[in-house]
Design a protein around this ligand. Structure first.
Ligand SMILES: NC(=O)c1ccc[n+]([C@@H]2O[C@H](COP(=O)([O-])OP(=O)(O)OC[C@H]3O[C@@H](n4cnc5c(N)ncnc54)[C@H](O)[C@@H]3O)[C@@H](O)[C@H]2O)c1
Length: 259
């Protein structure tokens, strides 16, 4: 299979962390990539830096919760061209004990992570169908989390969001599979991105607990997650549909502390 792919890809939350590494990798594969982020300045800086490296990356400054503006932004970026891959990666996270969950943070969690993904998929559908017809493949990748399957104190909103995204992934694999559009998910274990490390609400043993329970004995990197997203986004995975792939060094299959 050729390592050079054609067409366009859009990554939401592409300005930093796992999203940024995915933008970089897909652009290196030869795709024209839209770096979609609510942080306009960061998206522009990422696009400028990667364009300087000779990659075809454009910023798309939009809030995924704004359905109308999402549609306008997708239409402007695609201008009638097919979309080979859409990666729904943007997230709002607030770790709170269940009894202290507020309506505001719950709404924001679902609005960004789940409804935002749905608005992006709907906006992308005609262009994904076009890619499926032109290239015999089109892919949706939803970035879930090990938290969809494993419990942690304070994770109830986040875990519910990621479980919802997993359900959506599987439903779309069936409903859109008929159009030649594949839908898959990655479930990363803890990745020390800047925002994950800076989050004051995350458990104090977030890093040490992960190291104890991960067979490989180290944290993963954004680039390692991006490699699996790239696999799911391209024809290399043309027979993979409706799956959730754990990218966690084996943490999800461990039943106790290993060290
Ligand atoms: N870092 C981890 O440990 C980890 C583990 C498992 C899963 N994940 C998942 O991986 C994904 C990326 O995580 P990360 O740590 O790289 O995140 P991050 O916080 O570094 O990046 C998220 C990006 O999303 C953007 N964003 C937020 N709200 C938006 C909105 N309304 N519209 C558009 N863009 C918006 C932010 O500006 C930011 O650039 C998330 O879905 C996260 O849940 C992360």
């Amino acid at each position: 299979m050729s390592s050079t792919h054609s067409g366009n890809a859009i990554i939401t939350g592409g300005a930093r962390g796992i999203g940024l590494e995915t933008v970089r990798l897909l652009a290196r594969q030869g795709l024209r990539v839209g770096c979609l982020d609510i942080d306009e300045k960061a998206a522009e800086e990422v696009a400028a830096q990667l364009r300087h490296e000779g990659l075809d990356v454009e910023p798309i400054a939009v809030d995924v919760t704004d359905r109308e503006r999402v549609q306008q932004a997708f239409d402007a970026f695609l201008a009638g061209q097919p979309l080979s891959a859409l990666v729904n990666n943007a997230v709002f996270v607030r770790f709170q004990p269940f009894s202290e969950l507020t309506e505001d943070s719950l709404d924001k969690t679902f609005d960004v992570g789940l409804k935002g993904a749905i608005w992006c998929i709907q906006a992308a559908l005609p262009a994904l169908r076009q890619a499926a017809a032109s290239f015999s493949d089109a892919a949706i990748i939803n970035v879930s989390s090990g938290a969809a399957f494993q419990g942690s104190i304070g994770f109830s909103a986040y875990s519910s969001l990621k479980a919802g995204l997993t359900g959506l992934t599987r439903q779309l694999a069936v409903e859109l599979g008929r159009d030649g559009i594949r839908s898959n998910s990655v479930a990363p274990g803890p990745i020390p991105t800047e925002s994950a490390l800076a989050d004051p609400g995350k458990p104090s043993d977030w890093t040490s607990g992960a190291l104890k329970r991960t067979p490989l004995g180290r944290m993963g990197t954004s680039a390692e997650v991006a490699e699996v997203i790239m696999f799911l986004a391209t024809k290399s995975s043309s027979w993979v549909n409706g799956q959730v792939i754990a990218v966690d060094g084996g943490k999800s299959i461990t039943s106790h502390d290993l060290r």
